[in-house]
Design a protein around this ligand. Structure first.
Ligand code: F3S
Length: 372
């Protein structure tokens, strides 16, 4: 309660409001460390229990990745203790950054979510309301069942602050997501209205938001269609920024290395059912190269719900991994130097967190790189 009240004081909230759910990050032992275990032990001993539905972000490994990583026993034990403590406090072991495919919040509901890609999806695609929480404040909201009423919980703060005009159609999801990354950089924390992007599918929007939330502190965006649906004002007086195709090439070059990859990773954010279907189609009749590792990350829930897609994907030699992702795992222990991915978010974080180079490639190219 002290965490929530302090946050409310800092941001000028007048009250706490109930939340329908909390989504907690800081679940991988690699990124959370021993401090998180000590903090959770203390909370658990004090009898803290979640008052609302509370889900968890990916951890450091699943059973399959654990075998590949050959982690020291003390690291495995620390990760398992972290998970047990979250469970003892009443958090669900969802271990995914796409909890909304299993437990979809209602439009206009108030949430306290950490994980920037899930936050921006909740605000922009679902129409729910959440600030970009940190792991401690999302956990505090899970236990109290409330969050301070400021930021994106207030309708007056959900108006766009700039208009980004796109006068070409991105050629593939990588160009679209590079556009998202640049929009995040240009928005400087304001809500962008993206004009000229129509007909985007759910997985394209999911990746667009994730990239935007990595390029900057963006927690919400509008497309022209979502803006028309939800805001009465015209948006004519907004500052206008134009993005051209050459700008996207600059972003991709900035985040990407030309080196040949040894690991190909798709699923940042975790793959949706639609992406699993696309991958199953692209991998039909193909075989992953003997010196390549092709890892596809999704949620345990979606893996369980799509057994035939998973079998079709894995018939190629690609591995579907759940509960984790390459960014929060110990990818450096796989003895690889270069990772190929279609995710600008992963390209942004992987070099710093794991010391590997990243090559950006679209989904089709990732399959080609894996099967060459
Ligand atoms: Fe999800 Fe990991 Fe990317 S948590 S958004 S797959 S960095």
């Amino acid at each position: 309660m002290r965490v929530l009240v302090k946050l409310g004081d800092i941001f000028g909230a007048e009250k706490l409001i109930p939340v329908a759910s909390a989504h907690v990050s800081g679940v991988s032992y690699k990124t959370a460390g021993d401090a998180a275990i000590e903090f959770l032990r203390e909370l658990e001993e004090m009898g803290a229990r979640a008052a609302v539905l509370a889900t968890t972000n990916p951890c450091g490994f699943d059973e399959r990745l654990r075998a590949l990583l050959e982690l020291p026993e003390e690291v495995v034990e620390a990760q398992e203790e972290l998970l047990s403590l979250y469970e003892a406090i009443g958090l669900k072991r969802t271990l995914t950054c796409v909890p909304y495919y299993e437990l979809r919040p209602r439009s206009a509901s108030h949430l306290a979510w950490a994980e920037s890609s899930a936050v921006i999806y909740a605000n922009s695609v679902i129409g729910a309301c959440t600030n970009r929480e940190g792991a401690p404040s999302a956990l505090a909201a899970a236990i109290i069942g409330k969050t301070p009423d400021y930021g994106l919980h207030r309708p007056e703060n959900r108006a766009p602050g700039l208009k980004i005009k796109v006068d070409f159609r991105p050629g593939d999801e990588l160009e679209l997501w590079a556009l998202g990354f640049l929009a995040g950089e240009l928005s400087k924390g304001a809500i962008p209205l993206l004009e000229g992007l129509g007909g985007l599918s759910d997985w394209e929007l999911k990746g667009l938001g994730a990239a935007m939330a990595s390029g900057g502190m963006t927690a919400m965006f509008y497309t022209s269609a979502s803006y028309r649906r939800s805001r009465p004002e015209s948006g004519e007086d907004l500052e206008l920024v134009e993005i051209g195709k050459a700008d996207l090439n600059d972003v991709i070059e900035r985040l990407s290395s030309p080196e040949e990859p040894d690991l190909i990773f798709v699923g940042c954010p975790h793959c949706s059912e639609e992406e699993l279907r696309l991958l199953a189609g692209l991998l039909r009749g193909r075989r992953v190269g003997p010196d390549k590792l092709f890892l596809i990350c999704t949620s345990r829930y979606l893996r369980g719900a799509n057994p035939s897609l998973i079998s079709a994907i894995e018939a190629s030699g690609a591995l579907v991994v759940v509960d984790t992702c390459m960014v929060v795992s110990w990818v450096e222990r796989l003895g690889i130097d270069v990772v190929a991915t279609n995710s600008p978010k992963a390209a942004y974080y992987l070099p710093g967190l794991s010391g590997v180079e990243v090559r950006l490639a679209n989904l089709r190219e990732c399959v080609e790189l894996a099967c060459s």
